[in-house]
Design a protein around this ligand. Structure first.
Ligand code: NAD
Length: 499
C-alpha cells in the first residue's frame, strides 16, 4: 500500500508546497506505514498565521447570528458524517470503533455548546450607575489563537477549543498530533463546507519546530495546549514569556479509591473499563486502584476475571474491545514498565504480553496488564505510563487513601467507589484533584462545565471548554458612557465619584 500524503490546510485549501521534513503515520493494528505527514517549518506556520490574521479582520465583525449559523451547520455535517470521522480516528489512533464513536459524540457536545454563542457572549449592563451614566461590559475576541493537541483524542481535543475560539470571533491555527493528523484535516474541511470563511481555521502539521513558531509568533495572541506534563510546562512557560495567554493541560495519574463498603462488582467493572479502554491512552484513564483493606484480595480477583474475557485486537473488528498502542516506540516504552514493575517487587497478576490478539499483521500490541501490591516509590506508580497497565495499591483506611492521592503531583481526575454518601462527600471536599467521580470512573465534565486538572495536570488558570473556554478566548471591555446634555458641570480635575 502506498502511504497517503497528509498536508497542511492554509487559507481554506491544502498546502501545495514541498515539505522539507515529513513524519510516518502508522496503522497501529497492522504496524504498516499508512501515511506521510508534512512537517511545517517556520515559513508554513507564518503562512498560516498570516492567513488567520487577514481573516480575523472580517471574522471579528461577523454577527453572532452568522457565527452560530456556521456552528449549527458544522454540527449537522459532523453528525451526518460521524461514521467517516470515527473510521479515521480508528485507522490512525488504533482505538476500537465503538470507542472512537464515543470520542466523536463527546466532541459533538462541545460543538453544541458553541452553537449557543449569542447567549454566551451577553455582557452586563448597569443603567444609571451614576447620574445618567451607564456602564456595560462587552467580550471581544483576542485575534489569532493557536491550538496544539495530543494524539489520544485526535477529534475531540481539537474540538474542545476550535468551536469556542471561532464562535468568540477569533481565528485559529491548529497543530494536531503528528501521530494521527487526518482527523484535524477532516474537521477543517467540514468547517469550510459549513460556511466558515477561508483563513478562519488553518491546520499545520508537524512537531516541535511548528509548536515553537506558534509560541514565538508575535501575531498569535493565545495558545491552548493539551499533552504530556513536561511539554505542557514548556509550552506554558515559553508562550507566556512571549506575552501570550496560555492554557496548557498536562498528563495524569488517576486514582480510583475503593472503600470496603463499595459494590465490588461495580468497582471491578469500572476499573477494567477505565483502566483498559482505549488501551489506557486516555488522560482520564484510571491507572491506579487504591484498595482500602480488607477489599484488596477480592477486588484484584474480580478485576483479573474480567481481564481474561477482554477481546483485544484490530479496532475495525466489531467484537474487539481494546486496540493497539499508537506506535511501536510507545508500545516498547509501555512494555518496559512490565519488567520495571516486576523488578521493583510488585506482583504481576496478569501479564498483558500473553494476551491473545485478534488481528493480522504485526501491530503495536500489549494486552491488559495488572499489578498488585504496588507501592508509591515504584515507577509503575510514579510515572504516567499511558498504556494498559493497571496498578493496585493497598492502603489501610480512608485517610491513607486521601493522603496517597493528594501527595501525587498530578491532579487530573479521580474516583471514589462507595455506598457511603458521607464518605463520598468528604472525599470530594478533601481531594486535591480537578475532576472527581463518585461511583463514576471517568468523570469528564459535560460540555457546559469545564474540563481541567489541578497541580501538574494543568498550567494556567483556565480550564478547557464550557464557560472557561469562552472566558479564555475573549477579553472583556467595560464601557462607562454618558450622553452629555447642556447642563454638564464643566471642567473638574477631581477623581470621578458616584453621585
Ligand atoms: P505530547 O506531549 O507528546 O504531544 C502533545 C503535542 O505537543 C503534540 O502536538 C506534539 O506534536 C507536541 N510536542 C511534542 N513534543 C514537543 C516538544 N518537545 N516541543 C513542543 N511541542 C511538542 O503528548 P501526546 O503523547 O501526544 O499525548 C499524550 C499526553 O497527553 C499524555 O500525557 C496525556 O495525559 C496528555 N493528555 C492530557 C489531557 C488533559 O486534558 N489533561 C488530555 C489528553 C491527553
Amino acid at each position: 500500500m502506498t502511504p497517503k500524503r497528509i498536508t497542511h490546510r492554509i487559507n481554506g485549501k491544502p498546502w501545495d508546497g514541498i515539505p522539507e521534513r515529513a513524519g510516518e503515520v502508522f496503522d497501529p493494528a497492522t504496524g504498516e506505514v499508512a501515511g506521510l505527514v508534512d512537517f511545517a517549518g517556520v515559513a508554513e506556520v507564518d503562512a498560516a498565521v498570516a492567513a488567520a490574521s487577514t481573516a480575523f479582520q472580517s471574522w471579528r465583525h461577523a454577527s453572532l447570528t452568522q457565527r452560530a449559523t456556521v456552528m449549527f451547520a458544522f454540527r449537522e455535517l459532523m453528525n451526518s458524517r460521524k461514521r467517516e470521522l470515527t473510521e479515521i480516528v480508528t485507522a490512525e489512533h488504533g482505538k476500537v470503533l465503538s470507542d472512537a464513536a464515543g470520542e466523536v459524540q463527546r466532541a459533538l457536545e462541545a460543538v453544541e455548546f458553541a452553537c449557543g454563542i449569542p447567549q454566551l457572549l451577553k455582557g452586563g449592563f448597569s443603567e444609571n450607575a451614576s447620574n445618567r451614566v451607564d456602564v456595560y461590559s462587552i467580550q471581544q475576541p483576542l485575534g489569532v489563537v493557536g491550538v496544539i493537541s495530543p494524539f489520544n483524542f485526535p477529534a475531540m481535543v481539537p474540538l474542545w477549543f476550535v468551536p469556542n475560539a471561532i464562535a468568540c470571533g477569533n481565528t485559529v491555527v491548529l497543530k494536531p498530533s503528528e501521530k494521527d493528523p487526518s482527523a484535524a484535516n477532516f474537521l477543517a474541511e467540514l468547517f469550510a463546507e459549513a460556511g466558515l470563511p477561508d483563513g478562519v481555521l488553518n491546520v499545520v502539521h508537524g512537531d516541535k519546530v511548528a509548536v515553537d513558531r506558534i509560541l514565538e509568533h508575535p501575531d498569535v495572541r493565545a495558545v491552548s495546549f493539551v499533552g504530556s506534563t513536561p511539554i505542557a510546562r514548556y509550552v506554558y512557560e515559553t508562550g507566556t514569556r512571549h506575552g501570550k495567554r496560555v492554557q496548557a493541560l498536562g498528563g495524569a495519574k488517576n486514582h480510583m479509591v475503593v472503600l470496603p463498603d463499595a459494590d465490588l462488582d461495580l468497582a471491578a467493572d469500572a476499573a477494567v473499563s477505565a483502566g483498559f479502554g482505549s488501551a489506557g491512552e486516555r488522560c482520564m484513564a484510571i491507572s491506579v486502584v487504591v484498595a482500602v483493606e480488607p477489599v484488596g484480595t477480592e477486588l484484584v480477583a474480580r478485576i483479573q476475571d474480567r481481564i481474561a474475557n477482554l477481546r483485544v485486537g484490530d479496532g475495525r473488528r466489531p467484537a474487539c474491545e481494546m486496540g493497539p498502542l499508537v506506535t511501536g516506540a510507545h508500545r516498547d516504552r509501555v512494555v518496559s514498565y512490565v519488567d520495571a514493575g516486576v523488578a521493583a517487587g510488585a506482583s504481576l497478576v496478569v501479564d498483558g504480553r500473553d494476551h491473545p490478539i485478534d488481528a493480522s499483521g504485526s501491530g503495536f500490541w500489549l494486552g491488559p496488564t495488572l499489578f498488585d501490591h504496588v507501592t508509591p516509590e515504584m515507577s509503575v506508580y510514579t510515572d504516567e505510563i499511558f498504556g494498559p497497565i493497571l496498578a493496585v495499591v493497598r492502603v489501610d483506611g480512608y485517610d491513607a487513601a486521601v493522603e496517597l492521592v493528594n501527595a501525587n503531583p498530578y491532579g487530573n481526575g479521580t474516583a471514589i467507589f462507595t455506598n457511603d454518601g458521607g464518605a463520598a462527600r468528604r472525599y470530594q471536599n478533601e481531594i486535591e484533584v480537578g475532576m472527581v467521580g463518585v461511583n463514576v470512573p471517568i468523570p469528564v465534565p459535560v460540555s457546559y462545565y469545564s474540563f481541567g486538572g489541578w497541580k501538574d495536570s494543568l498550567f494556567g488558570d483556565s480550564h478547557a471548554y464550557g464557560p472557561h473556554g469562552v472566558h479564555f478566548f475573549t477579553r472583556t471591555k467595560v464601557v462607562t458612557s454618558r450622553w452629555l446634555d447642556p447642563s454638564h458641570g464643566g471642567v473638574n480635575l477631581g477623581f470621578p465619584t458616584l453621585s
